[in-house]
Design a protein around this ligand. Structure first.
Ligand code: USQ
Length: 406
């Protein structure tokens, strides 16, 4: 299959590109290297030393004998170049990772808030519009987030995108009064994003629904949980293929952060009570899920296909305590910089991927140690001043209490 990977230089995009290339797909990465620019802006580098994109691609060719193409293009801004790329390359599928993906970065200040919304929504809109203009039948696989649902429970498992509901009507189709009677509907699960970033993925969902309905584009939206792990079979083949390892307060995600903190002897930063329950998936399952989604596209005219891309749920404090137990790390309960429920349950349906053959990589001590060992190997590159999460969801006063707007 000919596949274009938008955002193929990032944390998910790079291992997915290598995996698909390894499986024999013809892969081209489209990326404007914005994630590297944000590293420079934040003064926070990946813990692992990532090679330049040219070095990465040359190393992959050397190691695997396979070639991955690269086009430096800003999907959110360079519409004509994107359209030209699609018309020239004529990919069978596009995997869309080209979005700013950190919730704390998206909540930092008005510049990062506006950047996240501009970048993410324009990237999606440009891609969908360019596919329509090209007239090509390209399957779009988009990396969405579990965070579009919010993390609450309505006393039921969160379904895969769509919710069956029943409403009571007291009129017929012509508006004439009738006895109250039930009507069955299926709607997009009500959204409840917790950050500007998560909100952009909600906006994406509406764009997808419209383009699937109006232009009959074939679209799959993957509602992914929090990734843990950094290494895949392909990234481990050569040091120049190494994946990013974000540990800073903006881009580092919770379990990888805890493992890194344990490796460098920094107390694990549990936000609030740590009662937040979240969905997780190992990075090796993520790359497999992308391939499964590519192999199982919707038909033209179908509604958007939505998969919940997660394999298990965990409570933040349980993860911290587990790592404390196996590695002897100290656990610190710090004030929560975010506005989120202190405690929540989370139950999620993930049958589609399991039915299509995904064998989940669940949280196991061996794999936790593997991540910690990578963090230990590169511990001398760590800047511990970048660990605390400083991006606040609401302004706080000196006592750390929310500052109400007058
Ligand atoms: N947390 C801590 N301590 C930390 C870091 C995080 O207690 O040091 C807590 C947060 O307060 C939050 C939870 O852990 O309650 C998850 O935070 P996170 O930074 O690991 O994940 P999140 O901000 O939700 O975003 C990440 C990815 C995003 C993806 C999302 C999937 O950055 O791209 O969409 O996970 S999900 O969480 O399922 O929405």
């Amino acid at each position: 299959m000919k596949v274009a990977i938008l955002g193929g230089d990032g944390f998910c995009g790079w291992p997915a590109s290598l995996y698909l290339s390894d499986q024999g797909h013809d892969v081209t990465i489209v990326d404007n290297l914005s994630r590297r620019a944000i590293d420079a802006e934040l003064g926070a580098e990946s813990l692992t030393p990532i090679a330049s994109i040219d070095e990465r691609l040359a190393a992959w060719k050397e190691v695997s004998g396979k070639e991955i193409g690269f086009v430096n293009l800003n999907v959110a801004k360079d519409y004509d170049a994107l359209l030209d790329f699609l018309n020239t390359q004529r990919p069978d599928a596009v995997v869309h990772f080209a979005e700013q993906r950190a919730a704390p970065y998206s909540m930092k200040n008005s510049t990062t808030k506006r950047y996240t919304v501009d970048n993410n929504t324009n990237a999606t809109n440009n891609l969908l519009t360019a596919i329509v203009e090209s007239g090509l039948d390209i399957h779009v696989v988009h990396l969405g987030t579990m965070g579009v649902y919010g993390y609450g429970t309505a006393g039921m498992k969160i379904p895969e995108g769509y919710l069956k509901i029943q409403v009571t009507s007291d009129e017929d189709e012509n508006g004439n009064a009738t006895k109250p009677h039930p009507i069955d509907l299926e709607i997009l699960y009500p959204t409840n994003p917790g950050s500007m970033y998560h909100m952009t993925k909600v906006l994406d969902q509406t764009l997808f629904a419209f383009f699937a309905k109006n232009d009959e584009l074939r679209i799959t939206d993957l509602h992914q949980g929090i990734i843990w792990g950094t290494t895949t079979e392909q990234t481990a083949r050569d040091e120049r293929l190494i994946n990013r390892f974000d540990y800073d307060g903006d881009y580092g995600t919770v379990l990888n952060r805890f493992l890194m903190q344990s490796a460098v002897g920094y107390p694990l930063t549990v936000h609030g009570t740590g009662g937040q329950t979240r969905a997780f998936i190992h990075i090796r399952d993520m790359v497999r899920c992308i391939e499964i989604a590519l192999e199982n596209p919707p038909e033209r005219g179908d509604r958007v296909k939505i998969f919940n891309q997660m394999t298990e749920t965990h409570r933040v404090r349980d993860l911290a305590e587990l790592i404390g137990k196996i590695s002897g790390a100290e656990v610190a309960y710090v004030p929560n910089p975010r506005k989120e429920s202190a405690e929540n349950e989370l139950h999620v349906v993930n049958e589609t991927f399991l039915d299509l053959g995904l064998q989940p990589t669940t949280l196991a001590e061996g794999l936790l140690h593997e991540v910690e060992d990578i963090a230990k190997k590169y511990a001398d590159r760590a800047d511990t001043s970048k660990i605390p999460a400083r991006s606040l969801w609401t302004k706080q006063n000196a006592a750390g209490e929310p500052e109400l707007q007058k």
